[in-house]
Design a protein around this ligand. Structure first.
Ligand code: F3S
Length: 754
């Protein structure tokens, strides 16, 4: 079976002991988040409690999940670790590369053809290393994880920001970069800053048109897109237990939109029902046996202000459905105020398209409730004004909703069913006419609504709402319609109202599926050949980086002195470059092309010290590499902030940059550089940044004495012949120095395996 009950039982076997020890250490009752985090420490329990928001802690997650766009480089790197199988249960999900255009069957056929080499690679590498592979069409990573792998009290990382969705089943599930996934699959600990804790108390009960989505839309309005940064959001209260498990998933999913590390709920009957309905009675039984450890201690929820850093209360009895947007998921408007706000702000009133589904909202319950609205449109003879589409989250859901007649209902209102994949949610939507860039409004039940996200048109005003509200607005075709209070005129000229949505939480006849699209790995993958064409421009097997030669780096040229903000996007741009994510040499052609050269204020224009000509950063660096000349990148404050994209560290390493010397680093990027065997250094005296000249040559003087806590000396040789020595700091510990010496962390793991 697709899940690993033995692993789960193993986690639960030690849970009571670990929770007791943690309670003794902290000397107080525990939140659920603390129970799960302290139960997943990579090392021993510390002697003092971790400092929330400050301590960096090594964890040992139970699972890894990867989507196909990010899995490519993660798996290429994992292959370098020399392991026979992944150290923890892991899966890959082919969901991001399927374009939504004409409908599920056709779109899927085209995607399989266009992405064949990527799918073949992912399939073969999974097969070889004991990793489960969910084929294209099987579903969206987070829905599939919720249906098969998430379990209460577990800890998981995933190479996608909405990995947090699994909090709906009581997990601590966190979105990470590929390098983190590689660490965990290679058996290394995974580091996280111990989070702060936000408690959200849900009073009352959802009713009428209001759904779980409205809770998170409301929370997003309160906390804004930054309010959850560095924190885990823990939901509790009578309102929490009354929400379905998949509804909890929706709430946790959009925790990513408030910047939260993750969100979670305590184990309850809704989770038990979902586990049993998805063929995991054994997980439910195992969870029931330890259920007091799968939620916070009672004193915590009785007196939350004492235990959380921040507490928010929401009264579900009074909560209105919300519409969030445009262009930001935290711009929250209650449905009763949408018409006024729309007129006031000049939002296009006409709703052109309603889109339901995605990893956020494609549970059986979501679809059933949306279908109940669509059915009313048919029964009450309403003409549907907007276009309408459905992207089911998994084949399990799609098959079941088809069996239960919902797809037939959507069909009657002109709905188009796209493949079980990300599609419009990630911009993989070939929307007709989008290139005209006309101002228009769409409403969807996805999670993100930044400009251009869905259809590439910067003038598309996208609003996020529950699937039932999206369906109602697509039927009405206008933002001026409030389904709770307004009527519509039907084909007979009569005024009719839509009744509040209704739908079962779980299918009464049970879930069904013919082929769920899962490929189990080979029992012994040693003979499996990993398929990568040597002439591919999208995939390239990695060569191990060269170990350090033990000598001081001498004669290094300055490649670029970057000025101001230099995020991972400036270092390794996204957009059209995403297709080269699995091909290090090709994607390296975007290295630092967004960084501003401090000497001319321009991007992608640096001096080649070999010939004195100005050229593009990757081209100049390739010239240095070809000539065997080392080089150095210099940067400003918070260098490498942004995403955890490992390409931003791998590209300079691949092209022969030896060191990155900056005023300060974003921590994740600094660690990524260390993992790739680069020197990540900071000016001991920030003002020395100004001493670096465009034609400088740099000599390391004491790298051969590289040691923890010891600053290094670099000699600057200016073109006028002047020389000066500057001191640079680093944060390498002994192990990280071994990474540097071995050429990369993965090289070291490989050495240790042999
Ligand atoms: Fe896919 Fe959109 Fe979810 S891109 S994983 S459906 S957030």
């Amino acid at each position: 079976m697709a899940f690993d009950i033995d692993m789960i039982r193993g986690v639960y076997a030690h849970l009571a002991q670990k929770v007791d020890n943690t309670r003794a250490l902290l000397g107080r009752p525990l939140t659920l988040t603390e129970k799960i985090l302290y139960a997943h420490l990579a090392g021993e329990l510390p002697t003092n409690a971790f400092d929330r928001g400050k301590s960096y802690v090594d964890f040992k997650p139970d699972r890894v999940a990867m989507q196909d766009a990010t899995a490519q480089m993660a798996l290429l790197q994992f292959m370098q670790a020399g392991k026979a199988t992944a150290a923890v249960p892991s899966t890959v999900h082919a969901d991001h590369l399927i374009q939504a255009k004409t409908g599920a069957a056709n779109d899927l056929t085209i995607a399989k053809d266009t992405n064949k080499e990527v799918y073949d690679f992912l399939s073969s590498v999974c097969n070889k290393y004991g990793i489960g592979f969910w084929k294209p069409g099987a579903g969206i990573i987070h829905q599939v994880v919720l249906e098969n792998y998430a379990f209460p009290g577990g800890m998981m990382i995933g190479t996608d920001s909405h990995t947090v969705n699994a909090g709906g089943l009581g997990m601590i599930a966190i979105g990470v970069g590929g390098a983190d996934a590689v660490d965990v699959m290679a058996g290394m600990p995974w580091e996280l800053k111990f989070p702060k804790l936000i408690g959200v108390k849900l009073n009352g009960k959802l009713n009428g048109w209001t759904s779980p989505k409205d809770i998170i839309l409301k929370v997003a309005g309160i906390l804004t897109v930054k309010g959850g940064t560095g924190a885990v959001v823990e939901y509790f209260g009578e309102g929490a237990t009354s929400i379905s498990c998949t509804g909890k998933g929706t709430i946790c999913n959009m925790g990513a939109e408030i910047g939260a590390t993750t969100s979670t709920f305590g184990y309850d009957e809704s989770m038990e029902r979902y586990l049993r309905a998805t063929n995991r009675a054994d997980v439910a039984d195992a969870a029931n046996a330890v259920k007091q450890h799968l939620t916070a201690d009672p004193e915590v929820y009785a007196n939350p202000e004492k235990f959380f850093d921040q507490v928010i209360e929401i009264d579900l009895n009074k909560l209105e459905p919300h519409l969030n947007g445009p262009f930001s998921p935290d711009l929250a408007t209650p449905i009763s105020k949408v018409a006024d706000e729309a007129r006031k702000n000049g939002w296009p009133l006409k709703v052109d398209v309603g889109l339901i589904g995605s990893c956020t909202n494609s549970s059986y319950e979501d679809i059933a409730r949306a279908a109940s609205i669509a059915k009313q449109a048919v029964d009450k003879k309403l003409t549907v004004k907007g276009e309408f589409s459905i992207t089911p989250g998994s084949e399990l859901v799609r098959y079941t909703i088809d069996r239960d007649g919902f797809i037939n209902i959507f069909d009657k209102i002109g709905g188009k069913v796209f493949a079980n994949a990300c599609g419009p949610c990630i911009g993989m939507w070939a929307r007709m006419g989008a290139e005209k860039q006309e101002k228009n409004t769409i409403v969807h039940s996805f999670n993100r609504n930044f400009a251009k996200r869905a259809d590439g048109n910067p003038n598309t005003f996208a609003f996020v709402a529950s699937p039932e509200v999206v369906t109602a607005l697509a039927i009405a075709g206008t933002l001026e319609f409030n389904p709770l209070t307004d009527s519509l005129v039907n084909a007979d000229g009569q005024k009719v109202m839509l009744d509040a949505p209704a739908g079962d939480e779980l299918p009464t006849k049970g879930f069904a599926v013919e082929d769920n699209g899962y490929q189990a790995p080979a029992a012994d993958g040693s003979a499996v050949n990993v398929a990568v064409s040597p002439v591919s421009d999208r995939l390239q097997l990695l060569e191990p980086f060269q170990p350090w030669n033990g000598k001081n780096i001498a004669g290094a040229k300055l490649l670029i002195k970057a000025q101001g903000k230099c995020t991972t996007d400036h270092i390794s741009m996204a957009g059209p470059w995403l297709k080269y994510r699995g091909h290090l040499d090709n994607i390296s052609n975007n290295m630092l092309i967004g960084a501003v050269n401090a000497f001319n204020g321009e991007t992608n224009k640096v001096k080649n010290q070999l010939d004195g000509q100005y050229g593009e950063v990757p081209a100049v660096q390739r010239a240095y590499k070809a000539a065997g000349v080392p080089s150095i990148v210099v940067g400003d404050h918070n260098y490498g902030e942004g995403s955890s994209r490992e390409h931003a560290a791998m590209e300079p390493r691949h092209l022969g940059v030896k060191a990155v010397l900056v005023k300060s680093f974003a921590r994740i990027h600094e660690t990524n550089l260390k993992k790739q065997g680069m020197l990540a250094l900071t000016f001991a005296n920030e003002a020395d940044y100004d001493k670096i000249m465009e034609d400088d040559t740099l000599n390391f003087l004491d790298l051969d004495q590289f040691a923890p806590g010891k600053a290094l000396a670099i000699e600057l040789v200016h073109t006028n012949g002047n020389k000066e020595v500057i001191m640079v700091n680093h944060t390498y510990n002994l192990q990280q120095i071994e990474w540097f010496k071995a050429g990369s962390a993965l090289n070291l793991i490989k050495l240790q395996n042999h």
